[in-house]
Design a protein around this ligand. Structure first.
Ligand SMILES: [Zn+2]
Length: 148
């Protein structure tokens, strides 16, 4: 969806992989419009740094949010509004982060299938050590998040 002011909404949506950056629920880009136009599900552009305190239309300052979430946030700090609406102060993962996450999880599964997470049993057979694979998967995910 192309808008005059913000360009292609899909570019803005990619920051959060199409989710509302405040409540983390999905958005329907076809419902873009003035706040309330399509009810609470209306998709609006929210400014991370509110316009009232000098935030502009730079791509990095734009995120998509439900009109209702946007209204509830008002001009409060995003972290505070997210904590209230999504239960976390974090932003939803971007499309790129989600791709990296699945690569990380995929590597952990691939490693888990090998000998790294297998332990030898007294009778000489090998058993998959799920606990070690899980720990490695979590560490891998943290690593992927840290480098993005
Ligand atoms: Zn929302």
């Amino acid at each position: 969806m192309l808008t005059k002011r913000y360009g292609d909404l899909r570019t803005v949506a990619a920051h959060t992989d199409g989710d509302c950056h405040l409540c983390h629920e999905s958005l329907d880009l076809d419902l873009y419009g003035p706040t309330g136009h399509f009810g609470p599900e209306t998709v609006t552009v929210d400014h991370l740094v509110p316009q009232s305190v000098g935030g502009g239309d730079e791509p990095d300052n734009l995120r998509l949010a439900h009109g209702s979430c946007n209204s509830r946030r008002g001009t409060r700090d995003v972290a505070v509004a997210r904590l209230e609406l999504a239960g976390t102060s974090d932003a939803p993962l971007s499309s790129g982060e989600k791709a990296a996450w699945s690569i990380g999880a995929g590597s952990a599964v691939a490693l888990g299938a090998g000998h790294l997470f297998a332990r030898q049993l007294p009778d000489g057979t090998r058993e998959f050590n799920g606990e070690a694979a899980l720990v490695a998967g979590v560490l891998g995910t943290l690593f992927v998040r840290a480098i993005l």
